[in-house]
Each structure stands twice: as structure tokens, then as C-alpha cells.
Design a protein around this ligand. Structure first.
Ligand code: FES
Length: 137
């Protein structure tokens, strides 16, 4: 297992169509050394990307009850597939539904010089046991 600090490229910008989102299952190492599965998703608008943990503040379950379906019918809000909570893109705040006023947990991302989307500020591990880039079943 190779430890990776600071930046971890999870996909190329072109792997996510503009105005769409994609889920990832990464391997995150916590401060106590425990490696755990870490579900996130990335939204893309042109060259801009936003990341959040793939966990609804209502019941803690993943948002995409169909693979990579993170947006509402209009594509204007993030939507939880379980009870339909709606979240603002930019803030992750729930604006309608059972967890009104609560927020998704942001994931810091950068797009590097090669247009790779990178997670920053967390310790990730390369581990084939985790299903990186395959979304949520
Ligand atoms: S679990 Fe997401 S709205 Fe209930």
C-alpha cells in the first residue's frame, strides 16, 4: 500500500461531463492509522469542480440511489435519492426536505495543470480493495 499525501488525482476533468456528477469510493487513512472506505462525489461545470462527501445529513446514507445520479430532474440542485432532500450546489446546504438547514461535508478539490481532478488535504491510500472511480453500487 503506497501512502499518498497532499494531492490525489481521482480522474480527468473530461471523465465527468459538464453539469453532471460522479461518485468515487476512495481509501482514506484516519489520524489513528485506520484505513476506511470514503465515499465522495464530484460535480463539474466547465472547468469548475465541487466535491462533497457522499453522505446525506438526514440518515448518513449515500445520496445516489442510482449510480452517479446526484442531481434533481432540473439539474439545479443536489438531491438525495432516499427521501428527496435538495441541496444547494455551492454551499451544500439542504434547502428542502427532512434535513433542512444541515449541510453536506465539502471535499477540497483542485484541477491540476494536466486537467486532473485532485483531492487535497487528506491522506489517501492506493488500495485495489477499494473500488475507486466506480461509483456506488
Ligand atoms: S436519507 Fe437523504 S433525505 Fe433522507
Amino acid at each position: 500500500m503506497a501512502e499518498i499525501m497532499e494531492r490525489f488525482a481521482i480522474c480527468h476533468l473530461n471523465d465527468i461531463p459538464s453539469r453532471q456528477a460522479r461518485g468515487f469510493v476512495l481509501a482514506r487513512r484516519d489520524d489513528d492509522g485506520t484505513v476506511r472506505s470514503w465515499l465522495i462525489f464530484v460535480l463539474r461545470w466547465g472547468k469548475q469542480v465541487l466535491g462533497y462527501e457522499n453522505a446525506c445529513p438526514h440518515e448518513g446514507v449515500h445520496l445516489d440511489w442510482e449510480r452517479d445520479q446526484f442531481l434533481d430532474g432540473d439539474g439545479m440542485r443536489i438531491q438525495c435519492g432516499k427521501h428527496g432532500a435538495l441541496f444547494d450546489f455551492g454551499t451544500g446546504e439542504c434547502v428542502a426536505g427532512p434535513c433542512m438547514g444541515e449541510r453536506l461535508i465539502p471535499v477540497p478539490l483542485v484541477v491540476d495543470e494536466d486537467d486532473d481532478i485532485c483531492v487535497v488535504g487528506v491522506t489517501l491510500e492506493e488500495d485495489d480493495d477499494f473500488d475507486s472511480g466506480q461509483g456506488v453500487e
